[in-house]
Each structure stands twice: as structure tokens, then as C-alpha cells.
Design a protein around this ligand. Structure first.
Ligand code: SAH
Ligand code: SF4
Length: 427
């Protein structure tokens, strides 16, 4: 989401006459796009902003601004935490950045602009133009979240759920594909809970699939509670829907899921996995997991380990529970010790790396459809992502200029630590 927002900020500023700096040293305006999902990124945002403030101390006329979720969370309190910050602007207010920057040049005090937008189509920061180096784009279809999982700060920093109209989404996707975008990832905190004027998520997918120049459609992050049959049935049916899905599970224990407020059970989660595998047997399923949630016993944790195996995740982002201010879980007894959390996290990593390796090994000898987006490690190689999101390097006689944005069938010959190696299959 922040990758998308940073890109949108770039467009907003470029359209009002600014230029992207070559490096931090070359910049007159320094922005930190922050995340507060856990305590660690909050600290990182504060320390990066502090570092930028020091650059400001040595150069004249530099502006330092904080944007993103920490901006929304702290508002003008940020001026008490750190001095020398010129402005804080929250995610729903990026269209006002040029105006805030202008004001900051003359203002003696810091300026804060936070709060949520009305959810109108213009509020969604759609991209209008792309760079020649882009073949994929992120498109926001819904913002905010009403789910209130007990550990999560998102509803308070990204606001209530608001859905964009299907026409506005389609218009952006069409415009991007006309300019050369081949792959679109739809964004939303509960992306598959999308609904607008009687249309639901599966209607949107079916509609976007009809856009001829669109080759691939992905989305992140779906909530298991909304992974209904009408959505899973589209796998293997829609031309553009990729054989990879990121489906956050958070835990494999029904006790923990219940106390997290996730509103699905382990069995329901596994039922979705089964439905997906029926449609695409070798689908790549990745997930998010939290370890050490208050009250999580060794038994509960073991349920998470067994879910990883049973669901056959090909990769996972896993986190230690981090208490966030203002969330219901913040008040709970954070009873799993830091050492225990670290230990559980490393046990998760161990199984996930093994499964990741096995998944990648299983691709050896298979053909992947690779969307070319760059050069490989060697000059004679091209690189891109397979439909299952794996990075593939492969030998090709044509140049990147000729091949950029094309989909090439590649037979996988070797599995490396971070990428796959293959040869293009000539048709
Ligand atoms: N909307 C998405 C998740 C958004 S947050 C969903 O519901 O799946 C991204 C991930 O951060 C979550 O999936 C969760 O694994 C992690 N996360 C969120 N709050 C956290 C917390 N308080 N402590 C640790 N991890 C957290
Ligand atoms: Fe947070 Fe996702 Fe739960 Fe919403 S659905 S509260 S964003 S974890």
C-alpha cells in the first residue's frame, strides 16, 4: 500500500512542477512514507525522519515531511516528538501536498494535515501515467477497514472502509494498460470484501478480465472470511487471474483466531485452500502469521505450525505480536515473553524455508509464463516474474528493449537461492 502511495505522491508532485531527485543529497524536499503496523516500523519512521532533519541542519532551504500511517497516528504530536519537521500529511490528504509544501516554505511552525477523505473516486489516487520501466501497477479499489481485528491499528490510521466505483477502477486499469501495463495488483485491506452499488469483488474481477491488453490480475490482501465460492470459482476460469494468492491466516489455532477477532476457523481457512487447489493444483499460496499473541499457548502455536504444513504455504511473512496503542489487544496481558516469541518465530521460519525450497524445487522441468521486466544477472539474460510470482532469469537472444513487457514461456532448469534459472521455449 505504501509502495503505491509513494508512487502516487511522486506523480502528484511531478504534475505540480517538481522533479524526482537523483539522490537524497540532491533533494530539496525529503519525505518519509511511514508504517505503524508494528512498533518496529514506527521507530524506523521516527529515526529516518530524525536523520533527514539532520541533513536539513547542514543544508539551506530543505523541507522535511512525514507522511503515511505514523503521520495519521501522531498528527501534530509529531512536533513534540521531533523538532525541525516541516509538515505531517496523512494518506487521505496527499492531493494537498503541493499546497502544504508551498505553505511550509513560509510558515514558521510545522503544518499538520491529517484525517480521512470522503471515499469519493477522486480520493483513490489513481495513477495517470507510467514510467517506461513499469510493466506492473498497483490499483487501489477499497480503502480503510471496518474489521477491527483486535491486534490491528489499521482501522484507526486508514479509517473506515470506502469502496471505489467499478467504473473508476476500470477506467484506471484501461488507461494503464493502454500505456503498456500488463499486470495489475488490486489493493485493499480486505480487498475481496469490495462492494459498490450492488457489485461485488467477483463482478469486478470478471469485468477487468475482459480488458484485452491486461495480461495478469492479482490482488492483496484478501480476508479469508470473504473468500467466497464465487471468488474461488474464478481460479482457472479467468484468463488473467494468476496461479498465486496471498491469503493471510495469522494463526492456525481456533482459540487464537477467536481471541484475535478474525471471525473464521482453521477448518474454514483450509476449506478455501482446498477449493483453490481443486481449481489450480499447483497454485502458490503465501500467508501472514503472527506469533506470540496474548494467551497463545505452546499447543496453540503448534496448531500454527501444523497449518503451515497442511495448507502447504510456499512462503510467509511472519511477525512477533506487537502491541499497538488504541487496539483492544494493547490492553491484554502480553504474556508470551520476547524470548518465547523469538523462538516461535524461528520455528516458523524453519518450516517455511523448507517448504519454500520444496516449492521451488517442484518447478524444475516445468514451464512458467514469465513477464519480462528487466535484465538477468548475466548480460545475455532477461528476467521477470512467473505467474506464481517467482523471479526467473533466462537466456535470450533478443534485447530487453524488444522483449520488455512480453510474456515468454520459460522451462525451469535450475533453482537458486533467490531466483530460478531457465531457458525460453521457442514456439
Ligand atoms: N488487511 C490484511 C493485513 C494488513 S496488516 C489482513 O487482514 O490480512 C499486514 C500484516 O501485519 C497482518 O497480516 C499481520 O500479520 C501483521 N500485523 C498486523 N498487526 C500486527 C501486530 N499488532 N503485531 C504483529 N503483526 C501485526
Ligand atoms: Fe487489520 Fe486486516 Fe484485520 Fe483490517 S482485516 S483489522 S487491516 S488485520
Amino acid at each position: 500500500m505504501n509502495v503505491h502511495d509513494s508512487r502516487a505522491i511522486e506523480e502528484i508532485l511531478i504534475n505540480s512542477g517538481y522533479r524526482k531527485a537523483e539522490s537524497q543529497d540532491d533533494a530539496d524536499i525529503l519525505l518519509v512514507n511511514s508504517c505503524t503496523i508494528r512498533e518496529k516500523p514506527w521507530h524506523k519512521a521516527i529515526s529516518e525522519t530524525g536523520r533527514f532533519r539532520k541533513i536539513k541542519g547542514i543544508k539551506d532551504n530543505i523541507l522535511v515531511g512525514l507522511v503515511g500511517c505514523v503521520a495519521q497516528q501522531e498528527g501534530d504530536n509529531i512536533f513534540n516528538l521531533l523538532n525541525g519537521i516541516d509538515f505531517v500529511v496523512s494518506p487521505d490528504n496527499y492531493n494537498s501536498l503541493p499546497e502544504i509544501i508551498k505553505k511550509s516554505y513560509v510558515s514558521k511552525t510545522g503544518i499538520a494535515l491529517v484525517g480521512f477523505g470522503d471515499g469519493s473516486d477522486d480520493d483513490f489516487l489513481g495513477l495517470k501515467s507510467i514510467y517506461p520501466s513499469e510493466s506492473s501497477a498497483l490499483v487501489t479499489i477499497m480503502k480503510g477497514c471496518n474489521e477491527h481485528c483486535r491486534y490491528c491499528i489499521v482501522p484507526s490510521v486508514r479509517g473506515p472502509e470506502r469502496n471505489r466505483s467499478i467504473e473508476s477502477i476500470e477506467k484506471e486499469v484501461r488507461n494503464l494498460t493502454e500505456q503498456g501495463i500488463k499486470e495489475v495488483t488490486l489493493l485493499g485491506q480486505k480487498v475481496n470484501a469490495y462492494k459498490h452499488e450492488g457489485m461485488i469483488f467477483s463482478d469486478l474481477l470478471i469485468r477487468l478480465d475482459k480488458i484485452e491488453k491486461l495480461e495478469r490480475l492479482r490482488f492483496t490482501s484478501p480476508h479469508p472470511r470473504h473468500m467466497t465460492k464465487d471468488v474461488t470459482d474464478l481460479y482457472g476460469q479467468l484468463r488473467t487471474l494468476c496461479g498465486a494468492i496471498h491469503l493471510p491466516a495469522q494463526s492456525g489455532s481456533n482459540n487464537t483466531l477467536k481471541s484475535m477477532g478474525r471471525r473464521y476457523t482453521r477448518e474454514e481457512y483450509l476449506d478455501i485452500v482446498e477449493r483453490l487447489r481443486k481449481k489450480i493444483p499447483d497454485i502458490s499460496i503465501s500467508t501472514d502469521l503472527i506469533v506470540g499473541y496474548p494467551g497463545e499457548t505452546e499447543e496453540d502455536f503448534k496448531e500454527t505450525l501444523s497449518l503451515i504444513k497442511e495448507a502447504g504455504f510456499s512462503s510467509a511473512f511472519s511477525f512477533k505480536f506487537s502491541p499497538r496503542p488504541g487496539t483492544p489487544a494493547f490492553k491484554l496481558d502480553n504474556d508470551v515473553s520476547e524470548d518465547e516469541k523469538s523462538e516461535r518465530l524461528s520455528r516458523v521460519h524453519e518450516i517455511i524455508s523448507k517448504q519454500e525450497f520444496e516449492f521451488r524445487q517442484s518447478l524444475k522441468g516445468k514451464n512458467l509464463q514469465v513477464l519480462v521486466d528487466g535484465k538477468g544477472r548475466l548480460d545475455s539474460q532477461l528476467s521477470g516474474r512467473g505467474e506464481n510470482f517467482q523471479i526467473v532469469n533466462f537466456q535470450h537472444s533478443k534485447s530487453l528493449e524488444e522483449m520488455f513487457g512480453k510474456i515468454v514461456t520459460v522451462e525451469i532448469t535450475e533453482v537458486n537461492s533467490n531466483s530460478l534459472l531457465g531457458v525460453a521455449v521457442e514456439k
